[in-house]
Ligand binder design. Structure first.
Ligand code: SF4
Length: 453
């Protein structure tokens, strides 16, 4: 539809009450027109206006949910092309492909690989979210048996992959409650696949490798039959075509509001040939350029770690550095004689420093200063990590009642602050710690063995 902000404004109450967190109804209307807010943020819209505005307020890329409970995976619901405009909402979900013609032992190993894929980085738990069960056996009973086994052995989300409706039907009898994605409707099978998706109320992938026009036309036909939760596969398997198709789909959905391509996308980076590193490189393209679901053949740690890191970087808000709360943190079981270190609240800094203190095995106190998410040197340069602030924080956190000694270890990069801090905190001695966090364990061990505290 594409109403302008002014057109939308005519349907709003015009009371400027601010309940939507915008100062005026006009400001809210402008954001709604740009699909940057949801209509339900205004609780005062009349039913009549809602009818008109629902379409314009719908995200240009539909929100599709897979899985159950706290392992629900949300895809799509994006409103911008670039992350500097607004934070991307839903990270690309990773899946491991398991073929049903593998041996039971191989299948079990792969399921456990997914279950053990959890890694913690800057306080977030990262994992492979789904298993994609691919039918190669041509045997509905085998496909259903493996699907049942996956659901029993893992809480991961599930993709049931076969172009044969009878295979999907057999597996759904065992797994529909997990809310899997059915992959995939094609020009040949879409009536039967759509019927299954409707019967079980499940999302459905749509596949066409005959160009984006054919893909959008197929998506329209499936939607017309009553299945709206779709995921698109353009059949692109080479890096170049993958990048081109994903970008065109996203641009058509966001810029042109072209509804038949306004759905999340799925890619198979391992199917374009090459080794595991080539697969990882294609997956990286998918993370950076709009793939919602990425199905991998291999999830060895050397492939996963860079993908996790890339995904975390792309799907954070570039305008809001990741940060932890200002506080005095215990590392281990410190007492009143334990070392006291200070750092800033940029998540990456905090978790690196925390990890190195833990490595030292020296129970310690870690004072974290609110630097608005900046790392130590940047915060110092921006005057957000200075002597008055540090002194104020020491008092605010009642540190003098918690530690008996009066020694504060500051990061080596801001050794210049030591004199000023001692002036701000009479009776305290400032110790200059290592510049690099990697040297903290040795520093703390040397300090405690020499009884410097
Ligand atoms: S909550 Fe609704 S009525 Fe109030 S300012 Fe926002 S748009 Fe206007």
């Amino acid at each position: 539809m594409g109403l302008t902000g002014i057109q939308i404004f005519k349907y709003l109450p015009k009371t400027n009450c601010g309940d939507c967190k915008f100062p005026t109804c006009l400001a809210f209307a402008m954001r709604l027109a740009a699909a940057q807010v949801r209509l339900d943020a205004c609780p005062h819209v009349s039913e009549e206006a809602k009818k008109v505005l629902t379409e314009v307020s719908a995200p240009p890329i539909r929100l599709v949910k897979l899985g159950m409970g706290d392992r629900t995976i949300e895809l799509g619901d994006e409103t911008v092309l670039f992350r500097h405009e607004k934070k991307f909402n839903h990270p690309s979900a990773l899946a491991l492909l398991i073929a049903d013609n593998l041996t039971d032992q191989e299948i079990e190993q792969k399921i456990q690989q997914v279950n053990n894929s959890v890694m913690e980085r800057v306080g977030q738990k990262l994992r492979v979210e789904l298993i994609c069960l691919q039918e190669r056996s041509a045997d509905p009973a085998r496909f259903a048996q493996v699907a049942k086994k996956i659901v029993a052995s893992s809480e991961a989300g599930l993709i049931l992959s076969s172009f044969k409706p009878e295979m999907i039907k057999a597996a759904l009898a065992e797994t529909a409650a997990r809310n899997p994605l059915i992959y995939a409707a094609t020009e040949e099978n879409y009536s039967q696949m759509t019927a299954l998706a409707k019967e079980y109320k499940l999302p459905l992938a749509v596949f066409s490798d005959k160009g984006l026009e054919a893909l959008s036309s197929l998506a329209e036909k499936v939607a017309a039959e009553g299945v709206e939760d779709l995921v698109l596969d353009s059949g692109a398997r080479s890096s170049g075509r993958m990048l081109s198709d994903l970008t065109q789909i996203r641009r058509a959905a966001i810029k042109k509001k072209f509804k038949p391509l306004g759905y999340p996308t799925i890619i198979f980076p391992g199917e374009g040939g090459g080794d595991a590193l080539m697969e990882a490189a294609r997956a990286g393209i998918g993370i950076m350029k709009y793939a919602s679901l990425i199905v991998l053949n291999s999830i060895e740690k050397e492939v996963l770690l860079p993908l996790y890191t890339l995904r975390q970087n792309i799907f954070t808000d570039p305008q809001q550095p990741m940060q932890v709360a200002e506080n005095l943190y215990k590392v281990g079981e410190p007492n009143q004689d334990s070392p006291l270190l200070i750092t800033t609240n940029f998540s990456l800094t905090y978790f690196i420093v925390l990890g190195e203190i833990e490595n030292s095995k020296v129970p310690s106190w870690l004072l974290v200063a609110d630097s608005e998410g900046l790392s130590v040197l940047t915060a110092w340069a921006a005057d957000k990590f200075n002597a008055p602030k540090i002194a104020k924080l020491v008092k605010k956190q009642n540190v003098e009642e918690i530690v008996k000694h009066r020694k504060l270890i500051i990061p080596g990069y801001v050794s210049i602050l030591s004199g000023e801090i001692e002036e701000e905190l009479p009776g305290w001695k400032v110790l200059v710690g290592p510049r690099e966090a990697a040297n903290i364990p040795k520093y703390l061990r040397d300090m405690t063995s020499s009884a410097a505290l």
